[in-house]
Design a protein around this ligand. Sequence first.
Ligand code: 13P
Ligand code: SF4
Length: 350
Amino acid sequence: MFETRIMREELARHYDLAPSVEAAERQADLFARMDKVLSPVDWAMHAPYVEAINKLKRERGAVILAHNYMTPEIYHGVADVVGDSLQLAIEATRVEAPVIVQCGVHFMAETSKILNPAKTVLMPDMEAGCSLAESITAEGIAEMRAKYPGAPVVSYVNTTAEVKAASDICCTSSNALQIIEALDAETIIMTPDQHLARNVAKASSKRIVWWEGSCIVHEQYTAEEMRAYREADPEVKIIAHPECTTEVTAEADFTGSTSGIIDWIDRERPKKALLVTECSMASNITDAFPDVTFQKPCNMCPYMKMISLEKVLWSLHTMSPEVVVPEEVAIPARRAVERMIELSRSLAKA
Ligand code: 13P
Ligand code: SF4
């Protein structure tokens, strides 16, 4: 459990974290990237933390990897690398710094550690989980293998290291279909996201069987809502994440991973885009696309939102909590993640 009071007292002894207009002005260049989604008052509160984190980050030789669902003050203020799950996994293989601070959820930090066993990987809040990662264990994978003998297991990166270790290969939402198509098998087991699997199955000629997990953020959206949005504004482009149900993605103009969403908007430049995904996504990309009006039906991921500037500063200050993956789990898990990265790279070149 996070000891908030102890953390705050200790941080106050070392850093001046009171809201500060001066600190806000000193970092006006950073605020310029988020001034459409944060008020000057918010920035005056965040700026002292951002300044302290960026200074400490350099002293500790740390890089901050942040997922697209982080809050704007993390995404624009302190992150060195931002991206979707695949981009963060790939970047984790390239990091030269001795310390990685993972701003995202626990499975992402585990993936970074699996790929960087000699580095210190810090997770600002160990409780930041994921409904998908929690839905399956290595026993679940064994159950699926017993039910579908010989079928390879493709596990979403949104899984624990133990589940990755029990799988043949990983996938993310940006490469799932290509990975499935590239495997030399007619029946393929996909875990743990039933909706990603159902969305992939719609586009694939293979027989895909799945685990019944789901994302608590994306499964909430309904096709009725989508139809109502479109009826209210026929000009709007509906853009969904593949963790949404197939009924929702059937109503969308585009379905893709968080980086796929950014690429699509960049290419198509719609006047209005309705992002059917986590709340921070639209906030974080507002600055990059000033001509696009974003509409956010906005379901918030309670796990992603456990990561705050305060906890990032605490992590760097204490150099904890550190993610540990036992070697006997890390070795087979690394094989499954590296297989995905290699296959993704070779398919991108082809
Ligand atoms: P991507 O960023 O890979 O699309 O994944 C979304 C997600 O839900 C991560 O938790
Ligand atoms: Fe997990 Fe969904 Fe949150 Fe992503 S958005 S971390 S899949 S619960």
